[in-house]
Design a protein around this ligand. Sequence first.
Ligand code: DC
Length: 235
Amino acid sequence: MKKLIIALDGYSACGKSSTAKLVAAQLGYSYIDTGAMYRAVTLYFLDNYVELTNPKAIKTALDKINITFEHNPLTQLSDTFLNNLNVEDEIRKMYISQNVSQVSAITEVRKAMVAQQQKMGKKRGIVMDGRDIATTVFPDAEVKVFMTADTVVRASRRQKELFAKDEIVDLDIIVENIKKRDNIDSTREESPLRMDKDAFLLDTTFMTVDEQVEIVLQLATSKMIAINKELGMVN
Ligand code: DC
């Protein structure tokens, strides 16, 4: 059975990662959170005072960054490591969200991350979420989904996630952050966030995570059947 590449792109905080994790678990695929990679780079840049307008400093910094994912047996989820240090909690904090879109708009940063993501997906059997997976990282992905949702609904979901990690943030601040990030992500020069022509549009405003997962699984199953038919394995 040919393993698929499933690309889940879309706006900030509309349920991409929750959906992607569960779809990957159901299919026995790997899940790759590309937003976590840009967040880890942002953390490194902030910690090391890397000037975002200095291409030489950016290149030197990128050469020193190693991002990996490791399974956490306690949470049964995958944690993000920056140079062998577990940064999973740190990169989800609000100060990272407030800086990540500026960092991820830098061409050199994108080139480095995209190359790493393409390497990670070589073995196929992956669910990757991000902003440019269907358009740039894996234009040949068999399943492409573009997720969106109402801004206030997204902000309140993000607020609950932050609250669960003891970070109390005003809803208005999160709404502003989401709008600003959406704007920077969609208008940047290098691979901006946009819906691929082959993508399925999924508006999650009134959906539960289980419903979102179900839809993506249906799309994946239909694709597998079509591929197997082409290969003459199914009538
Ligand atoms: O999915 P997220 O909110 O954790 O992503 C954080 C930021 O990283 C987001 O504002 C834009 C950027 N990003 C990107 O530019 N390309 C990706 N493939 C994934 C994330």
